[in-house]
Write a protein that binds this ligand. Structure first.
Ligand SMILES: NC(=O)c1ccc[n+]([C@@H]2O[C@H](COP(=O)([O-])OP(=O)(O)OC[C@H]3O[C@@H](n4cnc5c(N)ncnc54)[C@H](O)[C@@H]3O)[C@@H](O)[C@H]2O)c1
Ligand SMILES: [Zn+2]
Length: 341
């Protein structure tokens, strides 16, 4: 990020102006805007792989150096994803507005549809990648907003057991009471999460494990975590790996590890041996939001889910820095902050 960048990639609003090529929206429409910017025409978009759109990232060169290929532009996120101005603002410019935004035409409240922009489809994709057909045991690391939707989605898709893992009890309570987790593991009380997950799944291990934590994971195991913190601070490693390691160790042989938490660069001590010998599948990605928008909007309209359950804080735009502090330090039982410009 650079000083002066406008943050925010989960937003909705009212159309106040349209570009020449936008025939499907008109002034006054209420729209939810997906966080990946996608052209709708390239090979990736044609295959519904919107978060790796080949045309929407003007800084493709930076991404290519880091990842081997460019990835899609993302609003208010970073310069590796295009440096686009974000939605925590009174006005936002939305490129390819004929492809992304979803028009909301019923009387659902903003907060019921807002999270179609990111975290609901993201959590849903985390579960969708697990090939749930009914009866599975699914473990979800991280009971933040994304984890809550991964849990709720795994339940909707038919998983029999959904186990939420975090060290914040209030988030685990939300996972049980609102998202539908059938069991929880509080890491402050359970030192060996891999063993606990095996025990809870008849000794076999979960059929799939979803990582909803990513590169900023904290580690209950202590020493390795301290070493990784030092490596991150000295820039010899960018990503901390305890969750991905535990996910790979806990998952049953030939199971699926679905990585929805964000990783940014490089990680040490990736357990290649366990990953390969157990025959695991690793599935991941920034969410292809545009693919999930309409079906998930329909699930909200059908009353299968009301995504507003994650909202704990509502603030004016001028209070955004306080919102960031509260969220970052998990103060005041914060799960999700909504800014109202
Ligand atoms: N793939 C995508 O398209 C996409 C989209 C949105 C967000 N994300 C990513 O999803 C992740 C979660 O987002 P969020 O908004 O829920 O964040 P969050 O920080 O609120 O949630 C992360 C949770 O993980 C818990 N946690 C930390 N270390 C843990 C550990 N070792 N084991 C278990 N739990 C642990 C934290 O206590 C916290 O509750 C982030 O990495 C975010 O960037 C990905
Ligand atoms: Zn495209």
């Amino acid at each position: 990020m650079k000083r002066g960048d406008i943050l925010g990639h989960e937003f909705m609003g009212e159309v106040v102006e349209t570009g020449r090529g936008v025939g499907n929206l008109k002034i006054g429409d209420r729209v939810v805007v997906p966080f990946p910017i996608a052209c709708g025409n390239c090979w990736s978009c044609q295959h519904e792989l919107y978060s790796v759109c080949e045309n929407s990232n003007p800084n493709a060169g930076i991404a290519e150096k880091m990842f081997g290929h460019p990835t899609a532009g993302i609003f208010g996120y970073s310069h590796i994803t295009g440096g686009y101005a974000g939605g925590q603002a009174e006005y936002a410019r939305v490129p390819y507005a004929d492809v992304g935004p979803l028009k909301i035409e019923d009387d659902l409240q903003d907060e019921q549809v807002l999270f179609l922009s990111d975290i609901f489809p993201t959590g849903f994709m985390g579960a969708d990648l697990c090939d749930i057909t009914g009866g599975e045991v699914i473990a979800v690391f991280g009971a933040g907003p994304v984890g809550q939707f991964a849990i709720a989605s795994a339940v909707m898709l038919g998983a029999e057991q959904v186990i939420a893992i975090d060290h914040l009890q209030y988030r685990l309570d939300m996972a049980s009471n609102k998202a539908g987790a059938t069991a929880t593991i509080n890491l402050t009380e359970e030192p060996d999460v891999v063993e606990a997950l095996k025990e809870m799944s008849g000794g076999r291990g979960p059929d799939a494990v979803i990582d909803c934590v990513g590169m900023e994971a904290s580690d209950s195991h202590g020493v390795l975590h301290a070493a990784e913190r030092v490596k991150q601070a000295t820039r010899s490693e960018t990503d901390r790996g305890p969750v991905l390691r535990d996910a790979i160790l806990a998952c049953r042989p030939a199971g699926i590890v679905s990585v929805i938490g964000v990783y940014g660069g490089l990680m040490d001590k990736f357990p290649t041996g366990a990953f390969m010998n157990k025959g695991l599948q690793l599935r991941t990605g920034q969410c292809h939001v545009q693919k999930y928008l309409k079906p998930l909007y329909q699930r909200i309209r059908d009353g299968q889910i009301d995504p507003s359950f994650v909202v704990t804080h509502r603030l004016g735009l001028d209070m955004a820095p306080n919102g960031y502090e509260t969220f970052k330090h998990k103060q005041d039982e914060c799960v999700k902050v909504v800014l109202k410009p």
